[in-house]
Ligand binder design. Structure first.
Ligand code: NI
Length: 182
């Protein structure tokens, strides 16, 4: 159990395509997910992908129940929300995207204090593995569909700022280099 350092954009490791996990039920992946959860809840955030802590594997976690004002309830000493609903996604693969789009304001622990409206498919069908090595398939919509697309972009070396104009991206890069890369 450990809180790991979150890589900040721009960082070469955030731009790498991550490798598939060979054995989702292994102790190594359980330990990785535990570190990721500690890191995400501590930040706090609603999602984290392994490349964000410098591990180039196709693993992501989310807890979107933390959204909608739940931050108010976080105990400042412990930084732990009253209830956790951690979801683990290993080797996730989209089988389908809806033609319908939706726009949400997105942020990212690797792009601190930057929030931008991003348009993405409103619904997705996903196949993934859990920590027991069991494969699942399910449709998602609304905020979870956004969160999953955002997290799994990380596994392909892509960040939400990559959807913005080159000029806007350049300004964000400059700002983050100034404040976080001293
Ligand atoms: Ni992110």
């Amino acid at each position: 159990m450990a809180i790991r350092e979150i890589l900040i954009y721009p960082d070469d490791l955030l731009a790498q395509v991550a490798m598939p996990v060979a054995d989702p039920a292994s102790d190594e992946i359980k330990a990785l997910v535990q570190d990721m959860a500690d890191t995400m809840y501590n930040a706090p955030g609603v999602g984290l992908a392994a490349p964000q802590i410098g591990v180039s594997l196709r693993v992501a976690i989310t807890d979107t129940d933390w959204r909608s004002g739940r931050y108010d309830e976080i105990d400042e000493d412990k930084k732990v929300a009253p209830e956790r609903n951690l979801k683990v996604w290993i080797n996730p693969e989209f089988l389908w995207h809806s033609d319908a789009l939706q726009t949400f304001e997105e942020g990212c622990l690797s792009v601190p204090e930057i929030y931008e409206d991003i348009e993405r498919p409103a619904a997705v069908r996903l196949r993934w593995y859990d920590l027991q090595g069991v494969q699942h398939e399910k449709d998602f919509e609304d905020f979870l569909a956004v969160a999953l697309q955002h997290e799994f972009d990380h596994l392909d070396g892509k960040l939400f700022v990559d959807y913005l104009s080159p000029l806007k991206r350049k300004m964000i890069r400059k700002k983050l280099v100034k404040f976080y890369k001293k």
